[in-house]
Design a protein around this ligand. Structure first.
Ligand SMILES: [Zn+2]
Length: 385
């Protein structure tokens, strides 16, 4: 499973750590991996390494000496924070065009977009970018055939230097965006509606499939290319997956709150229909499908009152549209007091003492949920040797 915790020091420790200029080390910075190649296991878990000058030993222990723990099902986990158990039953609608090399997915986060996005106090352009990132991972995770998760990480030199979104095979979604406040304010003063590229700058986009502890993680990395996230994701597919992909993403504040969604078309090798078409026919079918898809408007996509099947029928009714079983999306953080307490017990007493604030509390923050967990130092006994 992917490692998804970040330790955010608070209070007294916060100031001293800040002065040490700590940063999160994304896997693709540790070692660049050729697109499509399997990532070496040494890269470690997703979103993992916290590198702090002078505290590297501590962070390494934090990462790699953690004993395996049993996964508690969410419904049994009484230590979960007060976050919504929200499920959107028809969040993903898969479809294909019979007899044509085209399959696709319509993604609608519905009210889940508002719930996830409003846990963070970002300016609207960053929220829109995050909503689109959630849509991308929801679309890609819905293609997983095994238990696992799909994560998107973008690391750049812009005002949003790090964006992470992930989704499990069961549709559990979450995201985190780190912002550089000064750079972001300067950009927004200059351009109230910056592009995704303006926010992210130059850097890398990594997509990682993690299908469980006994499987290799598959990671593809490409440069950030294009002005918006849809173009960046399309570029990833063209470069890394080597098949044509058409992606439209939208995230907006509506009368009902934030909404996010997308339409993804993939060109496949004939499996989509009852017969395999020739290349020329395939080219024409693909072109027709993408032209029809471009008529989709953001208003239609984000309109809760328009059923997904009706929307797809509007777009593709002349192309022998076949709609598959819808899949659910859900609020997807797996944080709990029990898991964080387990992490803390992996630190030696000295480190735990340093983490404790003046009031004797150790504060750990789930950056996905934006929730602080407070542990009295006296209640945490170190299991580290
Ligand atoms: Zn959480």
């Amino acid at each position: 499973m992917g490692w998804t915790w970040m330790l955010k020091p608070a209070g007294r420790l916060n100031r001293s750590w800040k002065s040490l200029n700590w940063t999160f080390q994304a896997p693709f910075k540790a070692e660049r991996v050729d697109a499509g190649r399997r990532a070496p296991p040494a890269i470690g878990c997703f979103f993992s390494s916290i590198y702090v000058d002078g505290l590297r030993a501590l962070s390494a222990r934090f990462l790699f000496s953690r004993p395996p723990i049993m996964q508690t099902p969410a419904f049994l986990d009484r230590d979960r924070p007060d976050v919504p158990d929200l499920v959107v039953p028809g969040g993903i609608t898969p479809f294909f065009l019979q007899g044509r090399p085209v399959r696709g997915r319509l993604i609608r986060l519905g009210v889940l977009a508002d719930v996830l996005l409003t846990r963070h106090d970002h300016p609207a352009p960053v929220t829109r970018l995050a909503g689109k990132a959630l849509t991308v991972v929801a679309a890609l995770a819905s293609a997983l055939k095994f238990q696992g998760s799909f994560s998107l990480q973008i690391k750049g030199d812009g005002p949003v230097p790090l964006l992470v979104a992930d989704c499990t095979d069961t549709g559990a979604l979450r995201f985190y965006a780190r912002t550089d406040e000064d750079a972001l304010n300067a950009l927004l003063a200059e351009t109230p509606n910056p592009t995704d590229r303006d926010l992210l700058g130059n850097g890398y986009l990594a997509l990682t499939v993690d299908q469980g502890p006994d499987t290799d993680r598959h990671q593809g990395i490409v440069d950030i290319a294009g002005d918006d996230l849809a173009a960046m994701a399309s570029h990833y597919f063209a470069t890394s997956e080597q098949h044509a992909c058409w992606i439209y993403l939208s995230c907006k504040m509506t009368d009902a709150g934030w909404r996010a969604g997308g339409l993804v078309l993939e060109r496949i090798a004939g499996e989509g229909g009852s017969h395999v078409v020739g290349d020329e026919d395939g080219d024409a079918s693909w072109e027709t499908a993408t032209i029809l898809a471009t008529t989709l408007t953001s208003r239609e996509l984000l309109d809760d009152s328009l059923p997904p099947a009706d929307l797809l029928y509007r777009l593709f009714h002349e192309e022998d549209l076949q709609i598959g079983h819808p899949r659910a999306l859900a609020y997807g953080c797996r944080c709990s007091r029990a898991r964080l307490a387990d992490v803390l017990q992996g630190f030696p007493d000295d480190d735990l003492d340093h983490m404790a604030q003046d009031d004797g509390q150790i504060v750990m923050t789930c950056e996905f949920c934006n929730i602080d967990f407070r542990f009295p130092r006296k209640d945490i006994s170190s299991h580290a040797g």
